[in-house]
Design a protein around this ligand. Structure first.
Ligand SMILES: [Mg+2]
Length: 222
């Protein structure tokens, strides 16, 4: 089952935050806080009100940024720069991560609602930047955030990549639904603390960490 699911795959799509690194390293938590700070100072409102707007927009539009652009004409670059200015010292070079990603047969890209400069810093800190041929970030996605995967579909079409050759790793279940519909094999990286395993029909495989996922998949090629 596992072997036949992966044997013809040669295009690997990785979400960035909380997928390629452990959510317990609290990198994304810092971004979350900086979003609140940005909204509070930009709109001149309390942190409490800012947090409500942040979460409301996230729920309604997929990203807080989308809502801010729509309702407050916020310049995306200013927002992206501010919120991604975080401490990445918790991220360490990881030779096993390098080895496992490198071993996957074929091409690899990052697909993120964040921005490219930040993604590069994260990948660089982990020591895996050289393994990815492209970073499909929110700017290159014309600010259409996941869970829509229209920007990804456009990218795959332009590059003549078939959906059934792709595997997509992602920590947020809802971001996998459209990918599965499109014919991409979906791998959910669930937080180890989250005991409940998803039963969503659009999730093909679930692992507790990216390393566990890659290690298991790579073994199917031997
Ligand atoms: Mg993520």
């Amino acid at each position: 089952m596992l072997k036949s699911s992966f044997e013809k795959k040669n295009f690997w799509i990785f979400d960035l935050d909380n997928t390629i690194y452990d959510p317990n390293l609290k990198i994304f938590d810092q971004i979350d806080l900086r979003m609140k700070k940005f909204i509070s100072s930009k709109l001149n409102i309390s942190h409490e009100k800012a947090f409500k707007i942040q979460k409301k927009f996230y729920k309604e539009y997929g990203t807080t940024l989308s809502g801010l652009m729509k309702h407050y004409k916020i310049q995306p670059n200013e927002f992206l720069k501010f919120v991604h200015d975080v401490d990445l010292s918790n991220l360490k070079k990881c030779s096993s991560l390098f080895k496992e990603i490198n071993q996957l047969p074929g091409r690899k890209i990052i697909y993120t609602n964040g921005d490219q400069d930040y993604a590069k810093k994260v990948l660089n800190s982990l020591g895996v930047e050289s393994l990815f041929e492209y970073i499909l970030d929110i700017t290159k996605s014309n600010f259409i955030p996941k869970p829509s995967i229209d920007p990804l579909i456009t990218y795959l079409k332009i590059n003549k990549i078939q959906a059934n050759s792709c595997v997509y790793f992602e920590d947020l279940e809802k971001n996998l639904e459209n990918a599965h519909k499109y014919g991409i094999t979906t791998v959910h990286i669930k937080d180890q603390k989250n005991i409940k395993k998803s039963t969503s029909p659009f999730i093909d495989f679930t692992f507790e960490s990216i390393l566990e996922a890659l290690n298991t998949i790579n073994k199917t090629y031997n």
